[in-house]
Design a binder for this molecule. Structure first.
Ligand code: PLP
Length: 409
């Protein structure tokens, strides 16, 4: 903002040349300082580390339950509107102490990420496409007036943290360390406005394979009485506030014997997402007879899944040369119903960090059970199986690829 330092009357008493210099100085100093008062961004070199004195016992890998056990430490950074990002700290895992009036508790100033660290065959720790998670987190935080940050600096800190917790990552295929970056508004106020302070922290939880005994295809219930997201809304952001309202429809689906619910949108009954995963279907195109892999487009109602992007990329790289059409386009339940009846619905699967891919057996919709191309003795279609193998091979570093970020020792 431009602000004059002196009252006008003082300026007029000066000679024209001096006046010009003063004006320029006044304006340029103010303008420069206004545009260069940059609050400090994250500086990984300022990290301080306090190690725990009571290391936890490791839970045997086969007893791990998703998101129940946590590692010894946590990474945290505070932000204030006056100073920007304060130095990061790795401390023993501990409770937070927050004022009950903190804005996170009242107006849901919270966003988060879900990403994983993997151990490769040489014992090195790897992150998978962490830049994508940091970009998405910055979009989420900016949307709810929380601060943004330098994603590359944050990746360095997360890598240090993951390296410290390395002993919690089992070196068996399918196991990993789930990382949960979280940002909350911490300002003590009941006034509705942008938070003047925030906390960014990362906790880590060792996790086992989503399907320990191999794929298990799921049955879905299409939800026609509630929507997850809408145009102009925030369904494409990873805000905690998007998740709590999704539990009841999931419970409703479970009550009727379905594993998950399928989110539809609009009178056309567009297929959007499955539970907390992006949805893919493979169909034989009605007009051309060509195989087509379809997922909903990023129109603001779909979360930009890292796995979704990876599936699309791999499909363009490996399936398109075999004649597949790869489409990010809207598709509807009536279209799937028709394809299923014609025997053209080849397979369907969800895609997300937790499971990589989750094959779908059928979808309950308007009193019909829409079969999704699997034989009764089959738990996954060919594309779902290939995608899981291709993605895991890059996650675990079997295939050296730019998507894999090797954590420095
Ligand atoms: C609503 C929703 N859609 C899709 C995804 C999949 O995203 P990703 O592949 O980045 O895990 C998630 C998982 O975080 C999600 O919560």
């Amino acid at each position: 903002m431009l602000r004059q330092l002196r009252p006008q009357s003082a300026l007029f008493k000066q000679s024209p040349s001096r006046l010009l210099a003063t004006c320029m100085r006044a304006y340029s100093i103010e303008a420069t300082s206004a545009s260069t008062i940059k609050l400090q961004d994250i500086d990984p070199s300022k990290l301080s580390i306090t190690k725990t004195k009571t290391p936890k016992e490791l839970v045997p890998p086969n007893e791990l339950v998703f998101g129940r056990t946590f590692t010894d430490h946590m990474l945290s950074l505070e932000w204030t509107a006056a100073d920007g990002w304060l130095p990061a700290r790795i401390t023993p895992y501990q409770n937070l102490s927050l004022d009950p009036a903190s804005c996170v508790f009242h107006y849901a100033f919270e966003c988060f990420e879900g990403m994983k660290a993997y151990k490769d065959k040489d014992g090195r720790v790897r992150l998978f496409r962490p830049t994508k998670n940091m970009e998405r987190m910055n979009k989420s935080s900016a949307r709810i007036a929380l601060p943004t940050f330098d994603g590359a600096a944050m990746i360095q800190l997360i890598a240090k943290f993951a390296a410290m917790e390395e002993r919690f990552i089992p070196d068996t295929r399918g196991y990993s360390l789930y990382l949960r970056p979280t940002m909350i508004g911490t300002q003590r106020t009941l006034g509705v406005g942008p938070p003047g302070s925030a906390l960014l922290y990362v906790i880590a939880s060792p996790v086992g394979p989503y399907y320990p005994t191999g794929f298990k295809a799921v049955s879905l219930e299409a939800t026609d009485y509630a929507v997850r997201a809408w145009p102009g809304g925030v369904g494409d952001k990873k805000l905690g506030a998007n998740y709590a309202p999704c539990i009841l429809p999931q419970l409703e689906a479970a009550k009727r014997g379905f594993h998950q619910n399928l989110w539809l949108f609009g009178d056309e009954e567009y297929v959007t997402e499955v539970g907390t995963m992006n949805m893919f279907v493979a169909i034989k195109n009605k007009e051309t007879g060509q195989n087509e892999l379809i997922t909903a487009p990023l129109d603001g109602t779909i979360l930009e899944g890292v796995t979704r992007d990876s599936v699309l990329s791999l499909a363009r790289e490996k399936l398109a040369p075999e004649g597949w059409i790869i489409s990010e386009r809207k598709y509807t339940m009536p279209e799937l119903f028709e394809a299923s009846n014609d025997g053209r619905l080849l397979e369907a699967f969800g895609a997300g960090t937790a499971a990589v891919v989750s094959p779908v057996r059928n979808i309950s919709w308007k009193g019909n059970l829409v079969e999704c191309g699997l034989r009764p003795d089959q738990e996954a279609g060919e594309i779902a199986q290939k995608m899981k193998d291709w993605i895991e091979s890059r996650q675990y570093g079997d295939e050296e690829h730019e998507w894999s970020y090797v954590v420095p020792k």
